[in-house]
Design a protein around this ligand. Structure first.
Ligand SMILES: NC(=O)C1=CN([C@@H]2O[C@H](COP(=O)(O)OP(=O)(O)OC[C@H]3O[C@@H](n4cnc5c(N)ncnc54)[C@H](OP(=O)(O)O)[C@@H]3O)[C@@H](O)[C@H]2O)C=CC1
Ligand SMILES: CC(=O)N[C@@H](CCC(=O)OP(=O)(O)O)C(=O)O
Length: 342
């Protein structure tokens, strides 16, 4: 059976990545693509790398006939998203990639995103889309909220350790490096080549990054008590990829064993042998997340390193993994592509 797919925000980075992946998906067919400023153009005009595909034109959202759509991916900016999703048919399956439906608590949304949520009923309905930890809920969900890409990377490193009680919950530090496509395709001065290449910088330091809202919500839920982590992201002059170096207090061998046990049957999560460290070069363009653990020279401390591609496992690949579950398809369908190397 082929499921009919619409992609809102197809002229953005995650939208284009959804198209790239769905193009070879055995059970999905793209029937509608939306854009805003680029509406009216062919996808091949916006993205020449997709020229080989026969795709519908980019249209405004209101021009799409959703009665012909089985599942809609929504890859729009946050805030715009809640207004758009509130206008869509209430029985339409939706996988949203924005931040609008990730946080359960309306007050937390307002705190991290600076404005009240305009669709709190949908916020309450949505299921958090970190597939490996919410499979059952996602299978029966109508609306799934894709995670932040940084938030996903940190959670893959830490959730099993918090759940198993093998680390000190009051001493967790996430130092993260992210590629520039994480910021989307719109023009921003600090993303100009001349201001980005040849250097790196921290941003949203001091507990200000919005993904702390997801860390707070999810880690506290897993621990059954408040857990506050330190988190500083850095922007690197690379296109894709995230690397999180996570410092924890706990026995390194136990930390490694706990991650191995948690992920031994996971198709997309690979725990490296003890002492080996992962690289963003080994997961680019794929839905895999690699994790490594080393001990520190200071006894009782460990370092966990996690890598994933923000446009696949961190957003569009994760979104397809969730859609597969919602549509009753094999979870890995369309997603077992090898990474691109070098
Ligand atoms: N990039 C990443 O790695 C990740 C992104 N996300 C989230 O996914 C969502 C999409 O991100 P990304 O693809 O990077 O963003 P982009 O900025 O690359 O693309 C945004 C898309 O939304 C469309 N759009 C913008 N404003 C409107 C509007 N008012 N009405 C209708 N359509 C609009 C744009 O159309 P047009 O260009 O034609 O104007 C474009 O197609 C965001 O919410 C982002 O936070 C989540 C995880 C990772
Ligand atoms: C490099 C860069 O700017 N990355 C973005 C992360 C993108 C993402 O996953 O965040 P949202 O979907 O929550 O916007 C950031 O750190 O804010």
């Amino acid at each position: 059976m082929t499921h009919r797919i619409a992609i809102l925000g197809a002229s953005g980075y995650t939208g284009a990545e959804l198209v790239r992946l769905i193009a070879t998906h055995p059970e999905m067919r793209i029937v509608a693509l939306s854009a805003d400023r680029k509406a009216g153009l062919a996808m091949s005009e916006v993205f020449p790398f997709l020229r080989h595909l026969d795709l519908p034109p980019l249209v405004k959202i209101d021009e799409i006939d959703f009665s012909n759509v089985d599942l809609c991916f929504c890859a729009l900016p946050h805030a715009t998203t809640q207004e758009v999703v509130a206008r869509l048919p209430r029985d339409l399956k939706i996988v949203d990639l924005s931040a609008d439906f990730r946080l359960r608590d309306p007050a937390a949304y307002e705190k991290w995103y600076g404005q009240p949520h305009a669709a709190q009923d949908l916020q309450a309905e949505a299921v958090y889309g970190l597939t490996e930890f919410y499979r059952d809920e996602i299978r029966s969900a109508r609306l799934v909220a894709g995670t932040g890409c940084n938030a996903a990377t940190g959670q893959f490193a830490l959730r099993p350790l918090i759940a198993a009680g093998v680390i000190d919950l009051d001493d967790i530090l996430i130092d993260l490096k992210a590629g520039v496509s994480g910021a989307g395709r719109s023009l921003k001065e600090n993303l100009l080549h001349a201001e980005l290449s040849g250097g790196t910088h921290a941003y949203s330091a001091g507990g200000k990054h919005r993904h702390l809202g997801e860390f707070d919500q999810e880690f506290s839920k897993v621990a059954g008590r408040p857990v506050l982590v330190q988190f500083t992201p850095h922007l690197l002059p690379m296109n894709r990829g995230i690397l999180a170096t996570v410092y924890v207090k706990g026995d390194a061998k136990t930390v490694h064993q706990t991650l191995e046990n948690a992920y031994e049957n996971e198709p997309f999560l690979r725990v490296l042998p003890f002492g080996a460290l992962p690289s963003t070069r080994d997961i680019a363009g794929s839905n895999f997340c690699h994790l490594g653990v080393v001990g520190d020279r200071i006894a009782g401390r460990a370092v966990v390193v996690a890598v994933l591609d923000n446009l696949t496992k961190g957003s569009s690949g994760q979104a397809i993994q969730n859609a597969n579950l919602m549509l009753g398809i094999e979870e890995t369908a369309g997603l077992m592509l090898a990474p691109i190397f070098p």
